[in-house]
Design a binder for this molecule. Structure first.
Ligand code: ADP
Ligand code: ZN
Ligand code: ZN
Length: 821
């Protein structure tokens, strides 16, 4: 071996188990460090961006290629990150490359297939561009999108990634992508008298016409004048409405008549920009106690659970802890289960932490994500507090001191597809260990596993069992809709009780939330003559009816057809929609309450850009009287004026065939209920059900978390589920049913031979046994907690390896899901 031979091991973002060795020269070897990016050739004509794992002088067995280019001057990935990713790959049984792909913003991973385009809003000073950069720029002006591969021929050279990387940095080009959304500060609505009435005569005339008929409208005007006289500050629409004691529709009428005008001011701008961050709220005695207990628990535990009822003020406690950590010079990560939740929380946190806060999630544009990445990496003042969803776990923290996992029970913390199928809560705990940081898990309805860990002493446990301001938890009433149907007391899907309570809430100028579960109960079309429902041609499910577009859709693959006029099986024109979706409830509501403003929050309506934050603003501004929605409603939203929550039908939640169905129903219902009556007056919750004696509903109505926990724990023990067993779900997919069946049996047999003390469930077809034309069979592997997980996984890996060499099974898609959720 010649001394002058230098090599690097490179991690590529592809699902192969091993890293690849490339050749570098001495000069390159001297600059390269672990965690820097290089552009490398791969196969015949591909280019990839990869990460340097190691620089060395060991000549590999195979002939190595030289790298194309070095892309960074210093590492953009830390050693701690690499350790963490390695753990994720090994624990969740996927490749390191798959973790890399999930962890890095795509803009860091230019490759031959990447498509780039110009940033449309950017003015470019051509003098600042190098010759090559200019050529790319010019090409993009003529041809709006170009593959990285094509740029090779435009420049007539292979080393193009570095040039593109520069253009990305200069914010001249961007990677093509469909989704991105900026954080928009929330708008507060203010009211003033229209300029039409600025003169005394016009105003007098107006008041005269109003006093005749529209007493309420006059009341609004008089209140407005009074408030204006009292102080010169802008008058918020809600304050006005409250003081005048009128409904939102009275204001609306005045706006329509152009008597009043509305205008908006960005709320957090006036409240924090340019000013020193606000003082913290002073904590209540109970909160103070909880805070002290959390700090004490951190002396002995790395991870603690804050189990605090809804609206107990957990967020304010987090804020105190964050403040202390930031003052100690540590970075803080605040994780949320869903992007949708960030809007409200960010406005709250911005009050306290102003510019120290950055947000990170996949709906941000790639360039923005890169910016946050770099700010975290260089420990910039702007990135001391990161708020994000599960992917924020992958950021290059230098000095992480504290992680909050809010709503830790939320299933969306587990990535379902693609690999890595990691659980962000559990991975956060591992990350914190690497940084010697603390973790606080927060929930009003902790996951069974978490509460178990806390009870076992593995986590610290702090309770907060009183709502802030001593507001009572909402009163929960179960409504037996079977009985109501019998007694003919249903109007559509609304019981007389629900309608009564709705009338009451509306007459008090309060808002209402109605909840309809998304899963398993979508509106399905059925022929009343022959009983057949139109099916998806790719999946084994009924198509669901979408009224707005008058079409039938598959929720699994997106297949859709116009609503047919007659049954395809018997030809009768007797197709009928049944089942209950949010859309249908909305329709019924519009008939029941024609004068009220009604809105809907579900995946269909929330698809548009900023739809979510607009809806939240409208809700806060009390422009919405009744909101119908799916599980999205349940999650941590904080509204002042909701006095009534209605659950349209609790049964479809409970009937879901999953060992967590009961736990989840409990959590979901209690969380939805928690949206009611968060200030002053006690809220009311009505749950409509065919089965009011179901033990879970009884437990929900009496807020008996502990009882639910004990009972579920019994079941888990008896039927061998977490926290007593760990689950690995192995999924087999193929176009050919008998092949997938054969493969799954082969695998199960081989695994049984290679292991002891492990339980199996299946192989069996799931309820939806075919999706996108692929048949599915699952094998659930259950490993007792007292058995080393590593050994079981090793056995699995061995069986998998053999499996992959069997020619007959080469078309089978094999998916491993560790800690299946
Ligand atoms: P949780 O996260 O436990 O559901 P929040 O933190 O959202 O509860 O608090 C519920 C409501 O009570 C919020 O509107 C919050 O602003 C208010 N609140 C909580 N603690 C305080 C406090 N110490 N001072 C003033 N308001 C508070
Ligand atoms: Zn389908
Ligand atoms: Zn028919």
């Amino acid at each position: 071996m010649l001394k002058s031979d230098y090599f690097i091991d490179v991690l590529l973002p592809i699902p192969l188990k091993q890293s690849f060795t490339y050749q570098v020269n001495q000069e390159q070897a001297a600059t390269l460090q672990t965690g820097m990016r290089v552009a490398v050739p791969f196969g015949k004509s591909k280019i990839y961006t990869g990460i340097v794992l190691r620089v060395h002088q060991q000549t590999p067995e195979y002939k190595t290629k030289p790298i194309d280019q070095i892309l960074d001057e210093s590492p953009i990935i830390t050693l701690t990150q690499l350790k963490h990713w390695q753990w994720i790959a090994s624990y969740y049984m996927c490749t390191f490359g798959e973790v890399l792909r999930a962890a890095l913003p795509n803009a860091f991973l230019l490759e031959s297939e990447t498509v780039v385009q110009l940033v449309s809003t950017k003015e470019v000073d051509e003098k600042t561009l190098s010759d090559d950069e200019f050529l790319v720029y010019e090409a993009l002006i003529h041809q709006s999108k170009i593959h990285v591969n094509e740029i090779k021929s435009i420049l007539n050279k292979n080393k193009v990634v570095g040039i593109l990387q520069k253009l990305l940095q200069k914010n001249i080009i961007e990677i093509e992508e469909t989704i991105f959304e900026k954080y928009t500060p929330k708008l507060k609505r203010y009211i003033k008298l229209s300029s039409n009435y600025s003169s005394e005569e016009t105003l007098r005339a107006l008041l005269e016409t109003l006093s005749a008929r529209a007493n309420k409208q006059k009341e609004v005007l008089m209140t407005l004048f009074m408030m204006q006289a009292q102080n010169k500050k802008p008058i918020g629409s809600i304050e006005l409405q409250k003081k005048a004691n009128v409904t939102a529709s009275v204001l609306k009428t005045l706006l329509k008549k152009e008597v009043l005008e509305e205008y908006y001011i960005k709320k957090d701008r006036i409240e924090y920009q340019g000013k020193a961050p606000q003082m913290l709220k002073s904590l209540s005695e109970k909160q103070e106690q909880a805070l002290t207990n959390i700090k004490a628990s951190f002396k002995t535990h790395q991870t603690s659970l804050l189990y605090g009822v809804t609206s107990s003020g957990k967020t304010e406690i987090y804020v105190s802890l964050i403040k202390e950590m930031l003052e100690a010079g540590k970075q803080v990560l605040y994780m949320l289960p869903e992007i949708a939740l960030t809007t409200q929380l960010i406005s709250r946190l911005k009050h306290y932490f102003g510019d120290k806060l950055s947000v990170y999630h996949s709906k941000y544009s790639l360039n923005e994500r890169v910016e946050v990445w770099n700010n975290v990496l260089y420990n910039k003042p702007k990135a001391q507090l990161i708020v994000g969803v599960r992917s924020s776990l992958f950021l290059p923290f230098k000095n992480l001191g504290f992680i909050i996992v809010d709503e830790e029970h939320e299933p969306s913390y587990k990535q379902y597809n693609p690999a890595p199928r990691y659980h962000a809560r559990d991975s956060a705990i591992v990350l914190a260990r690497l940084h010697q940081a603390k973790v606080l898990l927060g929930s009003a309805t902790p996951a069974i596993e978490t509460y178990f860990n806390a009870n076992e002493g593995k986590y610290g446990l702090v309770r907060l069992s009183e709502r802030y301001g001593k507001v009572l938890l909402p009163e929960i009433e179960l409504v037996d809709i079977k009985d109501k149907h019998k007694k003919k007391k249903m109007t559509g899907h609304f019981s007389d009780r629900l309608l009564e309570e709705m009338q009451l809430a509306l007459s008090n100028n309060n808002q209402i939330l109605l909840f309809q579960n998304r899963r398993g109960f979508s509106p399905v079309v059925e022929c009343t003559t022959c009983g057949i429902s139109p099916q998806c041609k790719n999946c084994d499910v009924s198509l669901t009816y979408h009224k707005f577009k008058n079409e039938l859709r598959c929720h699994y693959c997106g297949y859709h057809i116009p609503m047919p006029h007659s049954c395809s099986a018997c030809g009768s024109p007797t197709l009928d929609t049944k089942g209950l979706g949010t859309e249908q409830i909305e329709t019924e509501l519009k008939q029941l309450f024609p004068n009220k403003s009604i809105a809907r929050m579900d995946q269909d309506t929330m698809r548009r850009k900023n739809a979510y934050s607009k809806l939240i603003d409208a809700l806060e501004n009390q422009e919405i009287d009744i909101l119908v929605g799916t599980q999205m409603l349940a999650k941590g939203l904080d509204f002042r004026n909701i006095s009534l929550v209605g659950v349209m039908n609790a049964d479809n939640l409970l009937n879901f065939p999953d060992f967590r169905a009961h736990e989840r129903s409990f959590q979901l219902l209690l969380q939805v209920a928690g949206r009611a009556g968060r200030t002053e007056e006690r809220g009311k919750v009505l749950i409509q059900t065919y089965n009011p004696y179901h033990q879970i509903l009884q437990q929900v109505s009496a807020n008996k978390y502990e009882e639910m926990y004990e009972e579920q724990l019994q079941h888990r023990y008896q039927f061998k589920y977490p926290p007593f067993y760990r689950l690995i779900k192995i999924t087999f997919k193929d176009k050919n049913f008998s092949k997938v069946q054969k493969a799954s049996y082969w695998f199960a047999e081989a695994l049984k031979k290679n292991t002891t003390g492990i339980e199996f469930l299946g192989p069996e077809s799931p309820p939806v046994g075919r999706v996108r034309n692929l048949f599915i069979i699952n094998l659930m592997v259950k490993i007792p907690k007292n058995k080393p997980l590593k050994q079981a996984k090793q056995a699995l890996a061995v069986v998998e390896k053999t499996f992959l060499t069997i020619k007959e099974f080469s078309s089978i898609k094999l998916i491993m899901d560790v800690d299946f959720y």
